[in-house]
Design a protein around this ligand. Structure first.
Ligand code: GRF
Length: 187
């Protein structure tokens, strides 16, 4: 059994990456233990998933960046968190938050960064006529989707690909890639 890194996952939505991370982290050899899930959105399905696995959850509704970040920092400290995984978290964390937390923060993005930063990724990818798309796990910096890349996985875009089919395929890829990236960080 490895000495697991105390981890918090930040979410805003469906939580399929959270679900995959929880499942992975239940294995003895996976390097992280998810001890806390923070959501800025009360409707996030990920909150239900966390509760199902009896993981501590904290809903911090978004009033301002400062308010959210201060409350989040308190929770992180209380829970001795050493790693934050952003998984569909729809807010940009400030430089001050990153500095104050002072441990590792990573994010997953559904494109081959540095291409297609930001929202509506799959739509823009399809419009670009690129041959490949994929996902990226990267360190979080104060600039959106611009931190150092840890790992990428790619897939070929089919001729009849739609936003829906691409999203579905890339989400499955994300679930594998996030786990691999975490293993590579702590091996
Ligand atoms: C994923 O595509 C992730 O890369 C992006 O937001 C989506 C979140 O999906 N940042 P889920 O909530 O993990 O299902």
């Amino acid at each position: 059994m490895v000495n697991k890194v105390s981890t918090c996952v930040f979410i805003s939505g469906n939580g399929s990456n959270l679900n995959a991370l929880i499942k992975n982290s239940r294995s003895d050899n996976f390097p992280i233990k998810i001890v806390l899930v923070i959501s800025n959105n009360p409707k996030s399905k990920g909150l239900k998933i966390a509760k199902k696995y009896k993981i501590n959850t904290k809903l911090i509704e978004y009033k301002s960046n400062k308010n959210f970040e201060n409350l989040a920092l308190l929770e992180l400290k209380k829970n001795n968190i050493r790693l934050i995984c952003l998984a569909g978290f729809m807010k940009v964390l400030s430089g001050s938050f990153i500095k104050k937390f002072s441990y590792t923060i990573i994010n997953i993005h559904p494109s081959l960064l540095p291409k297609f930063k930001g929202l509506n990724t799959h739509k823009r990818v399809l419009k670009s006529k690129d041959k490949y798309s994929g996902c990226t796990i990267h360190y979080v910096s104060p600039i959106l989707d611009a931190g150092q890349i840890i790992l990428q996985k790619k897939i070929l875009i089919k001729k009849n690909e739609t936003e829906k089919t691409l999203k579905k395929k890339i989400l499955l890829l994300e679930h594998k890639a996030y786990a691999e990236a975490i293993i590579s960080l702590f091996k």
